[in-house]
Design a binder for this molecule. Structure first.
Ligand code: NAD
Length: 356
């Protein structure tokens, strides 16, 4: 597959390749749009099987970041970086080479941590560029965004409860959480505080056991969590939980989780709607982390961050009612909302290039 074929109809604003043979750095930065502001998105370190897989991931994730920023009212574009490899190749020199690569884009792209990268990595990258957020709280940063992401997921769940029952209380709601890592474990804590009945699963047994002990929640086998009868299923592990083979077996009324790219394919959006299940788009439900890290760009204001994360509630309610009014899936309604905002309030680059 060639680069232009991969970009296809999406018309990304810019795709840049960074290669530093001395450190083994092989990175791709994809910028979908800078229409609303600089393209903020994390750096994913992953052992992609080949360059094409890395490129496709960067393109898909950067587009998702643009929609996430637009839908959550942030003045940011969307970008994402991928590095091909794993932790065994990581050295400070590699991060410095990567920092210079990010710096060469002069602020069009701002990086942060993502799957496979940490706040410590951002610290080293920051030696070479100022275009980095997601640093530790004692290192000019706002600290781990995961609890903020979990807060936003709770607000999205409350909006769904309100949409379904006219009350935003989660007390007594049965909620199944798939994956209890950084976001999932914070989410479980918040849900227990809200009085929900929580069921969890993780491929790491010790992660699930720790929460069972701490909160008295129930753990099930990883393959059973998607089969749990519940009010809300919350995918908080990796993507593609909602697939042609899993959707027919779901026994939930709604899906609201933190994982990026929960729908394996575009067709799964209609599949889940046809199954009578409300799917809150991942890029709306999980925007809390982006809201949190982006606040580092100005003087960090915890009250403003909290108010913006709370606003995910209104965003979800409005997307659900717009979807019902226009006979769209919530995902289609959210994409339309995000694209309209980019078109209306942006500087026109993305759509001048022909993006749809
Ligand atoms: P994490 O790696 O800390 O946690 C993921 C957990 O899922 C791990 O405990 C892992 O063992 C578990 N897991 C993996 N596959 C599983 C499976 N098949 N069944 C059950 N458990 C499984 O990651 P995280 O930071 O908590 O992020 C979770 C998801 O949310 C990711 O998709 C991430 O991209 C997305 N996300 C995270 C943030 C954030 O602030 N951390 C923000 C936005 C989106």
């Amino acid at each position: 597959m060639g680069v232009f074929e991969a970009i296809g109809a999406d018309h990304h604003e810019r795709v840049v390749v960074g290669h530093d043979p001395a450190t083994g750095l092989r990175a791709i930065i994809a910028i979908y749009s800078t229409d609303l502001g600089p393209a903020l998105g994390g750096t994913r370190l992953f052992p992609y099987p080949d360059d094409d897989a890395a490129l496709v991931d960067a393109l898909r994730l950067s587009k998702g970041m643009a929609f996430k920023a637009a839908a959550s009212g942030l003045d940011l574009g969307g970008g994402k970086a991928v590095i091909i490899g794993d932790r065994s190749m990581i050295t400070d020199d590699l991060w410095r080479a990567y920092g210079r690569f990010v710096d060469s884009l002069a602020g069009a792209y701002i990086t942060a941590e993502d799957v496979g990268t940490t706040t410590d990595d951002m610290h080293v990258i920051a030696e070479e560029t100022k275009w980095v957020v997601g640093r530790a709280a004692d290192d000019h940063g706002a600290g781990d965004p995961s609890p903020a992401t979990a807060r936003g997921v709770v607000r999205a769940m409350q909006a769904v409860a309100s949409h379904l029952h006219g009350s935003d209380s989660l007390s007594g709601a049965r909620i199944a959480v798939q994956g209890v890592g950084k976001v999932g474990s914070a989410l479980v804590e918040f849900l227990v505080e809200e009085g929900a009945e929580v069921v969890i699963a993780d491929i790491k047994q010790e992660a699930a056991d720790a929460l069972v002990e701490r909160f008295g929640v129930k753990a099930v086998a990883k393959d059973d969590i998607l089969l749990e009868e519940c009010d809300i299923l919350s995918p908080c592990s990796l993507g593609a939980s909602l697939r042609v083979d899993t959707i027919p077996n779901l026994r939930c009324r709604a899906v609201v989780g933190s994982a990026n790219n929960q729908l394996a394919t575009d067709e799964d959006d209609n599949r889940i709607a046809d199954a009578g299940i409300i799917y809150v788009p991942d890029f709306v439900a999980n925007a809390g982390g982006l809201i949190h890290v982006s606040a580092e760009l100005d003087e960090f204001n915890a009250k403003l961050v909290s108010r913006r994360i709370s606003g995910i509630y209104d965003a979800v309610l409005s997307i659900l009612s717009q979807a019902a009014a226009d006979n769209l899936t919530p995902n289609e309604a959210a994409v339309r909302f995000a694209e309209d905002r980019i078109r209306r309030e942006g500087n026109g680059v993305t759509f001048r290039h022909g993006g749809q």
